[in-house]
Design a protein around this ligand. Structure first.
Ligand SMILES: Cc1cc2nc3c(=O)[nH]c(=O)nc-3n(C[C@H](O)[C@H](O)[C@H](O)COP(=O)(O)O)c2cc1C
Length: 338
């Protein structure tokens, strides 16, 4: 699996350790999956002597745990809920091994790419984080009996006996964003983040701030009253807007939530068609994720960081070509003496 990250300014020092840490979060709870990859990454270009060159950075993450034969089943019998059917419709000729590009696995290199973006955001005090609000239909209580670890153990056990999968609801927040980022029309900040999040396989909803609850609120309840912050900034007393007004950030944390559907490939018999004719019952043989919500967290953070970094560059809050001041570039020697 590979990706090319374009637009990282020259002179930054990629923190490989945190890229590797993020990659570990690809499978944060091995108990929920039957596929755990080694996830070793390699940078092929764009970095010289520990610092970025401003040129495209290519990253590869090799698959080390491949069982293509298991997917023979789906070559002519599309899995309900998966993309086998639509890939057929679009391409006719497709590589069914591993589920092709519809596999969540193809997103692995996006994780270190996102780490690079997170490191850029770090330079100006911006943090992206996620938390799971609902898992397997149960509200997560950070300190209660339904805490995340207990729920995960429970879901893993349940999936082991039923062969069925579950989904979840995730909240993503971006804190430290300055006000004024985004654009009023096609590049609305929340639209760009939503475009990225909804591109992650298996995401079925996206809401910002009060979200769907806005349908039931009066304006007097929804509107965030304004006040002066202690630092002289104008801020909302509440954050129903989710940190954006008119597509432009307010300076409050950007907050969104999205639903992750239950893993489509399950060990329960489901009805499908045989593309050679007739209908059949199928039980998927491939590797089965009882719930991939925790795996989506690091991906969503990566994408939100990449989109935010682009917006911050456009608005001039992050440098685009180089982090080395213009006056120092001709005589810059740190790379040589490192
Ligand atoms: C990190 C990650 C892991 C996933 N693991 C699986 C899996 O093990 N089995 C499966 O059937 N789908 C898995 N999916 C979901 C499918 O990729 C997805 O449902 C499919 O591509 C169809 O796309 P759609 O759900 O957006 O319509 C995973 C998705 C992600 C993001």
């Amino acid at each position: 699996m590979g990706c090319i990250v374009d637009g990282v300014p020259a002179g930054t020092r990629p923190d490989l350790a945190s890229m590797k840490e993020d990659l570990k979060r690809d499978v944060p709870y091995p108990v929920l999956t039957r596929r755990v990859e080694e996830n070793r990454m390699r940078l092929l270009s764009g970095v010289y002597r520990g610092r970025t060159l401003g040129t495209p950075i290519s990253i590869i993450v090799r698959n080390s745990n491949v069982e293509s034969d298991r997917y023979k089943l789906i070559a002519m019998k599309p899995r309900p809920g998966h993309a086998d059917l639509t890939y057929r419709m679009k391409y006719g000729h497709w590589d069914w091994r591993g589920g092709s590009r519809a596999s969540g696995r193809t997103w692995a290199p996006m994780i270190p790419a996102g780490s690079l973006a997170k490191q850029l955001l770090d330079l100006i005090g911006i943090q992206v984080s996620t938390r799971i609000l609902i898992l397997g239909g149960v509200e997560v209580e950070p300190k209660g009996p339904n805490n995340l670890r207990t729920l995960i153990q429970h879901l893993a056990k349940e999936a082991e006996s039923t062969g069925d999968a579950t989904g979840g609801l995730v909240e993503l927040s971006i804190s430290g964003l300055p006000g004024g980022i985004g654009a009023p029309w096609f590049w609305r900040f929340q639209a760009d983040i939503g475009h990225a999040i909804l591109n992650i396989p298996g995401i079925k909803s996206y809401e910002v701030g009060a979200g769907i609850a806005a349908a039931d609120l009066r304006a007097s309840e929804f509107n965030d009253d304004l006040t002066w912050g202690s630092d002289g900034s104008v801020r909302g007393r509440t954050n129903n807007a989710g940190g954006v007004l008119g597509g432009i950030t307010t300076g409050a944390p950007f907050i969104c939530r999205f639903a992750v559907k239950a893993t489509p490939s399950i060990l329960v018999a489901q009805r499908t068609v045989d593309l050679n004719g007739g209908e059949v019952e199928m039980v998927t043989e491939g590797r089965f994720d009882a719930n991939f919500t925790p795996r989506v967290q690091v991906l969503a953070e990566a994408l939100a960081a990449l989109v935010s970094a682009d917006h911050l560059m456009i608005s001039g809050f992050l440098p685009h070509d180089s982090v080395i001041p213009y006056e120092e570039r001709l005589t810059y020697t740190k790379v040589e003496v490192d």
